[in-house]
Design a protein around this ligand. Structure first.
Ligand code: KIV
Length: 266
């Protein structure tokens, strides 16, 4: 079987865009397993989307392990990348390595992802790659540090972001998420650093691939409409209609009908 690194490289080299979707559970992963997407990310965005927190900060390593195992059962045929959550790698070099190994081993994921490119993170990327764990980087808007980045805002320090992406690549990161950057970042990396695989979210048209949260692209939250998002369905509306119809039919006693009922001869 092709490894995630081989898969991403071969897509990149044949100039095909890479599609990644963030997913958190068995039921949606089962459906994704029947699509042609290239990989699933079990992202710490589950803190907001699944747990209802205001940010990703409360998400724990055990939360990610729980969700990644469910996703793996739903989509055993797709490569899975798992997020290293807040505090699992920032405090110490060794602790980060141990947590990444635990996450990789317990979930059976194909790669781990971590945010930022400070000296310690770069050393961790290098060490994990040497150990044998494929690492994806994440620069631009790094949601675990949104409070010091001025909120969930476009990050305009393009030169610094490009430098960080190059540093992560040189330490062994097989791909790098660019989140909420100016398009010039992806364009520069594509033109000048053809070996770097970039996966964009709000990073424009020149990245090697794209990632979106499944709930977002399906339109599960009508109140959420950032500029980078395209909604490919309006599921909130469909769910509301279906549940309201069910409610109505229970109240007017048209559900259950005879077809949904057991009789001795059934
Ligand atoms: O947590 C997540 O889903 C992510 C992607 C949006 C890149 O990090």
């Amino acid at each position: 079987m092709q490894t995630i690194i081989e898969k991403f490289r071969s897509l990149h080299e044949s100039e095909k865009k890479i599609s990644v979707v963030t997913c958190y559970d068995y039921s949606f992963a089962r459906i994704l397993s029947k699509t042609n997407i290239d990989a699933i990310l079990v992202g710490d965005s589950l803190g907001m989307v699944i747990q209802g927190h205001k940010d990703t900060i409360p998400v724990t390593l055990d939360d990610i392990i729980y969700h990644a195992k469910a996703v793996k059962r739903g989509a055993p045929n797709l490569p899975i990348i798992v997020d290293m959550p807040f505090l699992s790698y920032q405090v110490g070099f060794k602790e980060g390595i141990l947590n990444a190994c635990k996450l990789f081993r317990e979930t059976g994921a194909d790669a781990i992802k971590l945010e930022g490119a400070d000296q310690q993170t770069l050393s961790q990327v290098e060490r994990l790659t040497k150990i044998g764990i494929p690492v994806m980087g994440h620069v631009g808007l790094t949601p675990q540090s949104y409070q010091v980045l001025g909120g969930y805002k476009i990050q305009k320090n393009s030169t610094e972001i490009i430098k960080s992406a190059i540093a992560l690549h040189e330490k062994g990161a097989f791909a790098i998420v660019l989140e909420m950057t100016l398009e010039e970042v992806g364009k520069n990396l594509a033109n000048n650093r053809s070996g770097i695989i970039t996966i964009g979210i709000g990073a424009g048209r020149y990245t090697s691939g794209q990632v979106l949260v499944l709930h977002d692209l399906l339109g599960m939250n009508e109140e959420f409409h950032p500029k980078f998002l395209k909604k490919y369905a309006q599921l909130e509306k469909i769910i509301l209609e279906a549940v309201n119809l069910y409610n109505e039919e229970v109240k007017n006693q048209s559900f259950p009908s005879k077809e949904n009922t057991f009789f001795p001869e059934t």
